[in-house]
Design a protein around this ligand. Structure first.
Ligand SMILES: *Cc1c(COP(=O)(O)O)cnc(C)c1O
Length: 428
């Protein structure tokens, strides 16, 4: 098993030194609990591994995984940059204290208004299409704007079809065959061209497709440099570094992974005489995924044609199991080490039959009132949550050294309705 399940002296699940049973009593459920130290450790592990091999190395944390401002502050303190995929994420990053030059805007199908927002924010703009380049040119002074291009290197990878962002079927990036021409065109327009980028998918535990993408991107960067004379300041391989979700998954061996990538990187820099550009990656999941658990209370045990444990969270709170069929490990927080004695379906409280956290899950005896912890709830969890079924979004607390602080309050019914307007003629 490649992730930690820590218990304290009471035998309860412990996270960041805090007792999960006590947290659920203090704050109620559902509740996201985020472990600050874990985020810092994860960041330092990747940063340390890569920068030991190649000094000029940068991480752009892909903040769509988790945009909580406290999480962003932690990563700002660690020295990270931000990969932002929307104007809202640019806004969040700047509010969290990241200087514009530490923010890379990787939009897709961006509108002119969104491009203008990025220009006015002063961030680096990573273009996803030739269309965006031409539209950008109408709304900015090219020599005042730093740009890069996202390349689709024909390879893709990921834990689910929906998470593959490279390859022939992918909507992302420009074709590698058109890269030289597009870079030349942008140079002729007078842009400050600073980089080249790719991102092939998410949840990658097998280094092979990632290596292939690195190799292809380096070959494209080499051709661009040799045929256009553009000096690239950074080469960005995107995110996608996976984490173990099931008990059988093994951890990405970050030492080997970073060594293989940097070795290839350095040899390609030499081959194409590319100088010494900054090497960048954009992990999201790897930094925050295993730093959080979702606590949810069992409110109903029901023997129907199958046995169900009904809980007070649903796919409005954590979408991944319903959306991707993802496995999330689940334990009872008052007895995380208890032996499994049954298989049971763990169902949410949303009116959809797809609202299941687990089907036929081996579990110990659980009773109504028990609190369950759903693991690996730090990435694409709160950030994908919704108010479906008019359920207010849930609360987030940050734990550090056994202390907990609320970093997002629980929404109220009034919050759910806050932006609605009823025309006067319809009022009662
Ligand atoms: C989503 C995304 C990432 C991060 O993906 P992870 O799998 O969370 O590491 C990185 N770069 C871009 C452009 C993305 O869209």
């Amino acid at each position: 098993m490649d992730f930690d399940i820590k218990t304290n002296e009471k035998g309860n699940l412990s996270i960041g030194g805090a007792d999960a049973v006590e947290l659920s009593e203090k704050y109620d459920t559902p509740l996201y609990v985020i472990d600050e130290e874990k985020i810092r450790e994860n960041y330092k592990r990747v940063y340390g591994a890569f920068s030991a091999q190649y000094k000029d190395f940068k991480i752009f944390y892909a903040c769509k995984a988790n945009t909580n401002l406290a999480v962003m502050r932690i990563l700002e303190q660690e020295g990270s940059g931000i990969d932002a995929v929307s104007p809202g994420e640019i806004y969040t990053a700047l509010l969290a204290g990241f200087e514009p030059e530490r923010v890379l805007y990787t939009g897709n199908n961006a509108t002119d208004k969104e491009l203008k927002f990025a220009v006015d924010s002063g961030v680096i703009i990573n273009l996803d299409s030739v269309s965006a380049l031409h539209r950008l040119t109408k709304i900015c002074n090219p020599n005042e704007v730093k740009i890069s291009f996202r390349i689709n290197p024909k390879v893709g990878a990921g834990h689910h079809e929906h998470c593959i962002t490279g390859g022939y079927l992918s909507k992302f990036g420009i074709m590698e065959e058109e890269a030289v021409e597009v870079y030349q065109r942008a140079a002729n327009m007078g842009y400050n061209i600073v980089g080249i980028h790719t991102h092939i998918g998410s949840g990658i535990l097998d280094p092979e497709p990632f290596m292939l993408a690195v190799e292809t991107l380096m070959d494209v960067a080499g051709r661009v440099h040799q045929e256009t004379n553009i000096d690239l300041e950074f080469i960005d391989f995107g995110g996608g570094l996976g984490i173990p979700y099931t008990l059988e998954d093994s951890k990405l061996d970050i030492e080997t992974f970073s060594r293989e990538i940097t070795d290839l990187y350095k040899s390609k820099l030499n081959e194409y005489d590319l100088g010494k550009p900054t090497m960048c990656i954009e992990p999201g999941r790897y930094i925050v995924g295993d730093a959080s658990i979702l606590l949810t209370r069992v409110n109903t045990i029901k023997q129907s044609y199958r046995k169900f444990a009904g809980v007070d969270a649903g796919f409005n709170t954590l979408l991944r199991p319903s959306m991707y069929g993802s496995y999330h490990h689940i334990v009872a927080v008052n007895k995380p080490d208890a032996k499994n004695t049954q298989t049971i379906d763990i169902a949410g409280n949303i009116c959809e039959s797809g609202d299941l956290f687990a089907r036929d899950r081996p579990m110990p005896e659980i009773e109504e009132g028990d609190i369950l912890a759903i693991f690996n709830a730090g990435a694409y969890a709160f950030s994908m949550s919704s108010q479906y079924n008019s359920r207010p979004k849930t609360m987030e607390v940050l734990v550090n050294n056994g202390k907990s602080e609320v970093i997002r309050e629980r929404e109220t019914f009034a919050d759910v309705l806050a932006k609605q307007n009823v025309p006067v003629r319809l009022l009662k």
